[in-house]
Structures are given as C-alpha cells and as structure tokens.
Write a protein that binds this ligand. Structure first.
Ligand code: SF4
Length: 325
C-alpha cells in the first residue's frame, strides 16, 4: 500500500482538510498508484455517506436558444448545433408529467433546468407556482437551475418548495475566461452565495475535459470547499459538434475516476454527483464511480444528450449494495 496516499487518507479520515501542498502531492502520486487512490477515496466516501447514493433526474424546462457563449454548450444560439436557435419551453403539463414519471420510477430528486443567463419576472412567478404545485401534488424533492438570480428571487423559489439550487462554477477562475465571455466568474459566485444566504441547498460544481489543467481542477475544488456547498456535480465533456469544444478529445475512464477520487479527498463531506458525460465517457466502467467516491448520480437523460434508463441505474446501485435515496 502506498504510504504517501495512505497518510493523506488518514489525515482526511481523522477530520483534517488537506492543504494545497498535500493535494499537489496526492495528485502527483495518483498517477503512480491509482488503485490506492481509489481504495482510500472509497473509505472516505463510506465514512461520510455510508451506502447512500442520491439519485436525481432533470428536465430541460427551457432548452436551447441561449444568448450566452459557453464554449462547451449545445444550447448556445451562437453555435450551429443539433438544437434549434429558438428556445423550447416545456408547458406546466409536460413538467408535471416528467416529475410524476420520476417519482413513479423511484427517483427522489427532480431538477428543472433552464437555458439562458437568467429568467424574467413573469417566468419566475410561473416557476414559483409550478414548484409549489409539484411539491404538493407529487411530493418529490425539487431542485432548480435558472441561471443568475439574486437572494430575494431565490428566497421566493425556496418558499415555494425548492430544496436545492444548481449553479455551476464550470471551472477555475483562471480558466473561466477561456470558455465564457458573456458573464463573469464573479456572477456565478454571487449567485451561489445568494443561494446560501437564501437558505436553500446548493449544487455547485463544474465540467472537466475543457482544456483545463490539473491546477485548474484543484483550484475549482478548493473554491467549492471555500463556498461550503453541500453538493458538487462533476460533469465530463461530451463534445457537441458545432460548439468550439466539438473536436475536443473526451477524457478516458481512468482519468475521470482519478478526478472523482481527488475531489473525494479534497471535499470529504460534500456530495459528489457524477452528471453529464457519464454514459459516453465511462462506458462499462460506470459502476466504478462509487468506488472513486461518488455519492450521487443523474439518471435518465441529460439536458442535451441521452443518458441511461432509470431502471438500469437503480439495478446497478442495488447490485453494488448501495441504497438509492
Ligand atoms: S451553459 Fe447555460 S448560460 Fe452557458 S450557453 Fe449553455 S445554457 Fe447558456
């Protein structure tokens, strides 16, 4: 067993947070002793989360037609992708039906996600009413992702029943300017802080495989740790033809597992949700993500790409002796 990784793992298991030099050492060592990294990441996961895995499904309440320029995103109207340049907005009826389907299939958390920088007052009022209706009629935990919002807007949605707000950092502060120019890193941090102030759970993570360095990945993990959010989605680029990242080479399964495990060491008590890119990039190694420290998945389809059937994911968890919550 590798002593360097074992000592750092013991530090985490005893309740200490790793310093930046510790993390740099761990990252270097992880290339040599990947098995040890995974073994200890799994121990850290079990200590904080036992055998529970949070299962979420999402629906694109508004799809595409976004005026922002995020270089990885199929929904930006600036790029010629498979999506229409005009946004497609789901009706209340369609969103209610999707929430009902998720509940019936045994999924505990349902996210409504909108493309675009933010939402109008009219749309916010509609979402307030819809979230309240889903909470009362269907009884599934509702999460939202509606772009940049302020504290009072987030409080309204929280009062209506929203349990968690999703707003990703996407990458490090240093790398952000290379992938987005239409809003700033601080815009994103401000919304995350406003969500925390509004008293709602926060889901804030990012995307890997977009030309970032190891140092960018560690910087983002430390930013998430500083913000003290309780859930961090980890997405792995599914290159979309037509976007500036369309020709980017996807990350390998072992690199993805190494990233998840590093994040588990850095964020021992934060839920890590493996989200977009799981099916395409991990293929037959999807079940290994839990061994690397993942504690949550998005099941069913993603926003712009196909995912895995809910039944298959729930069967995978049961086979692994993990409990879907
Ligand atoms: S990530 Fe969000 S803000 Fe950026 S282009 Fe896509 S939909 Fe628009």
């Amino acid at each position: 067993m590798d002593k360097v990784i074992a000592n750092l793992a013991q530090k985490v298991l005893s309740g200490e947070l790793l310093s930046r030099p510790d993390i740099d050492t761990l990252a270097q060592q992880s290339y040599i002793k990947m098995d040890d990294l995974l073994y200890w990441a799994n121990e850290i996961r079990k200590q904080s989360f036992g055998n529970k895995i949070q299962v979420c499904s999402i629906v694109p309440g508004r799809l595409g037609g976004c005026d922002q320029d995020c270089a990885f995103c199929a929904q930006s109207a600036r790029y010629n992708t498979h999506l229409d340049k005009k946004p497609k907005v789901l009706s209340d009826k369609e969103i209610l039906a999707a929430a009902r389907r998720a509940k019936e299939k045994g999924v505990g958390h349902f996210g409504i996600v909108y493309s675009g920088k933010t939402v109008s007052e009219k749309e916010l009022a509609r979402l307030e009413q819809l979230i309240e209706q889903i909470t009362n009629e269907i009884g599934i935990a509702i999460c939202g992702g509606f772009g940049i919002l302020n504290k009072s807007q987030l409080k309204r949605l929280t009062k209506a029943g929203m349990r968690r707000y999703n707003h990703n950092l996407e990458t490090s502060r240093n790398h952000f300017g290379k992938i987005v120019s239409t809003h700033t890193y601080n815009d994103r941090i401000d919304t995350i802080k406003a969500s925390l102030d509004a008293g709602v759970g926060v889901c804030a993570g990012g995307l890997f495989g977009i030309g970032e360095t190891e140092s960018d990945r560690i910087d983002m993990a430390l930013q998430i740790r500083e913000l003290n959010v309780d859930m961090a989605p980890l997405n792995f680029l599914h290159p979309i033809p037509g976007t500036p990242m369309g020709d980017q080479k996807p990350l390998t399964p072992s690199e993805i597992l190494r990233i998840i495990a590093l994040y588990r060491f850095i964020l021992p008590r934060t839920n890590l949700k493996v989200a977009g890119g799981r099916v395409l990039n991990l293929r037959d190694m999807q079940s290994w993500i839990f061994y690397a420290g993942c504690t949550s998945i998005i099941t069913g389809d993603y926003l712009t790409t196909a995912g895995r059937a809910v039944e298959d994911d729930l069967c995978m968890l049961a086979d692994l002796g993990l409990e879907a919550v």
